[in-house]
Design a protein around this ligand. Structure first.
Ligand code: ATP
Ligand code: FE
Length: 335
């Protein structure tokens, strides 16, 4: 079974072909245009998707070494995401499935971030059910109890900013480029995590809050630069390390509570922030400290990609769960 996956929910145009759960190709065209604006500009994103989608899909099929007539189905991201961006992938997938006369499969992007763990990949184990998935990305921060591929329930989530947003907004305050997550991570590894202290938010249960942290960082930077205009420059690595230390502390605290409440000790992470070196290390440490078994995705399956859409497409294909031509994109689609 050959599945073509198409992802266009935000600012990456991506296509991937998988064969019975194994990746044959995974192509991503990242849009550089947003860097100069310090964030994704929806109108520019959808226009760039329109330019990229045909070459990206073409390349994915070519790299897979198959012809489009061999495809068994087309899977696409239905949501959540930016409406204008989603529409490009949705309409393209619909026409392709119509033209090739093959099934169409709609995919929830967040399920994709979670089910990316079921891509067949040497050296990577698949989590056994039930497991806890923590999705940490640019738009989401959730803890999801996963009882089966399509039996999942959000048991905790952010009440304001997502963790990726916390990284990107902190980076903006520090004058770093967009997205700032990867650079903060890189600098964090060179700095002292205990140099500066930021208080963790107090949120009951399994929910998260990150907007207070952003404000705390803003006030901290304003105060310190008043005394020393070069403060940020001189202490950048230490600031980044301290921010990262605080964020990881928040995530690990909630995971500890979630494992306690559910009795589930298999933990998988997904979403762009799972590329973060600090969270990866903290999870691994949790295996020793708390008896967890952790599942950390291969780097290329952390930020937005179409392989995760294709694997969900494959799992849905096996269940005969197809979409009709009248399916539409849904910006606020829930798990
Ligand atoms: P969603 O999946 O919620 O719709 P999204 O698709 O925009 O949001 P992803 O592509 O999954 O988000 O993740 C992008 C986010 O990941 C950005 O906020 C980016 O800063 C962050 N990120 C990427 N790499 C790292 C890293 N090494 N450390 C911290 N954050 C990172
Ligand atoms: Fe994403």
């Amino acid at each position: 079974i050959y599945i073509l996956g198409i992802e266009s929910s935000c600012d990456d145009t991506a296509a991937s072909v998988i064969h019975n759960g194994r990746i044959l190709s995974n192509v991503v065209a990242s849009q550089k245009i947003h860097e100069e604006y310090g964030g994704v500009v929806p109108e520019l994103a959808s226009r760039a998707h329109q330019q990229n989608i045909i070459p990206v899909v073409h390349q994915a099929i070519k790299k897979a070494g198959i012809s489009k007539n061999q495809l068994s189905a087309v899977a696409f991201t239905k949501g959540p995401g930016l409406m204008g961006s989603l529409l490009v992938g949705t309409s393209f997938a619909k026409s392709l499935s119509y033209g090739l006369n093959i099934p169409l499969i709609d995919v929830n992007h967040m399920q994709g971030h979670i089910l990316a763990h079921f891509i067949d990949e040497d050296g990577f184990d698949k989590p056994p059910f039930p497991f806890l998935a923590m999705t940490i990305s640019g738009g989401h921060t959730q803890i999801v109890r996963v009882d089966d591929y399509f039996d999942m329930k959000v048991i905790g989530e952010t009440i304001d900013d997502a963790v990726g947003e916390a990284y990107d907004k902190s980076g903006k305050i520090l004058g770093l480029g967009y997205p700032a997550g990867p650079e903060i991570d890189k600098r964090a590894q060179l700095g002292n995590p205990k140099a500066f202290k930021f208080t963790k938010p107090k949120v009951d249960g399994l929910n998260f809050s990150f907007s207070g942290l952003k404000t705390a960082i803003l006030y901290f930077v304003q105060r310190e630069t008043k005394a020393n205009p070069n403060f940020v420059e001189e202490h950048l690595n230490d600031i980044c390390a301290s921010i990262q230390y605080t964020i990881i502390g928040i995530l690990i605290d909630k995971l500890k509570l979630a494992t306690k409440q559910t009795g589930i000790k298999h933990i998988a992470i997904g979403g762009g922030v799972s590329a973060n070196s600090g969270i990866r290390k903290a999870l691994k440490d949790g295996e020793q400290k708390f008896g967890w078994t952790t599942y950390i995705p291969k780097f290329e399956f952390t930020t937005d990609n179409a392989a995760m859409i294709a694997i969900v497409g494959y799992l849905k294909f096996l269940e005969g769960d197809f979409a009709n031509q009248d399916v539409s994109a849904s910006a606020r689609l829930k798990i």
